[in-house]
Ligand binder design. Structure first.
Ligand SMILES: *[C@@H]1O[C@H](CO)[C@@H](O)[C@H](O)[C@H]1NC(C)=O
Ligand SMILES: *[C@@H]1O[C@H](CO)[C@@H](O)[C@H](O)[C@H]1NC(C)=O
Ligand SMILES: *[C@@H]1O[C@H](CO)[C@@H](O)[C@H](O)[C@H]1NC(C)=O
Ligand SMILES: *[C@@H]1O[C@H](CO)[C@@H](O)[C@H](O)[C@H]1NC(C)=O
Ligand SMILES: *[C@@H]1O[C@H](CO)[C@@H](O)[C@H](O)[C@H]1NC(C)=O
Ligand SMILES: [Cu+2]
Length: 166
């Protein structure tokens, strides 16, 4: 009986682990900054940046005419003041810049072409770890991770009775 219970518990756990390994590490989203409008002065990036939940491994793609704009990753204070005389962490200026969000932290981006930052070409995002392997509670703001967690619990809960009666 004890053996049976252990094996009944083990199967859903294995399903859970496969589920996580398939969908947690592997899925990374690519976000076009400004969606189909791209990175330019017409877009409200404060609103854009609130449309999505970003997790580590996701990629931001800045698309614009090379030379007309650029994308600088800056510190929060450079973002707030639009003063890039200090606080520039990375510069992207190819016109098709892919920025991989490698870290769980706040990222701040501005366009350093004169006047564009103050004109609205700036945004900040809070990149979450999207990580539930650390046995503590799921990170509530990592929305998709939470759903995976719920499904895992679901499988777990129904896995045991299924196997007991089979
Ligand atoms: C993220 O990590 C990859 C590989 O580890 C590296 O090539 C890339 O430059 C990093 N991106 C940033 C923005 O640091
Ligand atoms: C940012 O733009 C200003 C002019 O708007 C320029 O003086 C400065 O050199 C630029 N910063 C960098 C790091 O390219
Ligand atoms: C998940 O958490 C572990 C340990 O806390 C960490 O080493 C790993 O880098 C994290 N993975 C991601 C994608 O954040
Ligand atoms: C798990 O998370 C806790 C708190 O969030 C942290 O203190 C701990 O170092 C983490 N463990 C690992 C293995 O990353
Ligand atoms: C982002 O996460 C928040 C908090 O978990 C959630 O309310 C919201 O619906 C999520 N947004 C998207 C686009 O997934
Ligand atoms: Cu610009």
């Amino acid at each position: 009986m004890e053996d049976k219970i252990i094996s009944c518990v083990r199967v859903p756990v294995i399903i859970l682990m496969i589920w996580f390994s398939l969908f947690d590490g592997a899925v990374s989203e690519i976000y076009d900054v400004g969606d189909e409008n791209g990175w330019n002065s017409e877009v409200d990036f404060a609103s854009w940046s609130e449309k999505y939940n970003f997790t580590v491994g996701d990629v931001l793609e800045f698309k614009y005419s090379k030379g007309q704009h650029n994308a600088f990753e800056v510190t929060e204070s450079a973002y707030r003041t639009c003063d890039t005389s200090s606080g520039v962490l990375a510069k992207y200026e190819s016109g098709e810049d892919e920025v991989k969000l490698n870290e769980s932290k706040k990222y701040w981006f501005v366009c350093n072409v004169s006047g564009h930052c103050l004109g609205g070409m700036r945004f900040g995002i809070d990149v979450k770890a999207g990580n539930i392997t650390n046995n503590s509670e799921p990170i509530p703001s990592a929305n998709s991770a939470y759903h995976r967690w719920s499904l895992g619990l679901y499988l777990f809960a129904f896995g045991i009775p299924l196997h007991l009666f089979s």
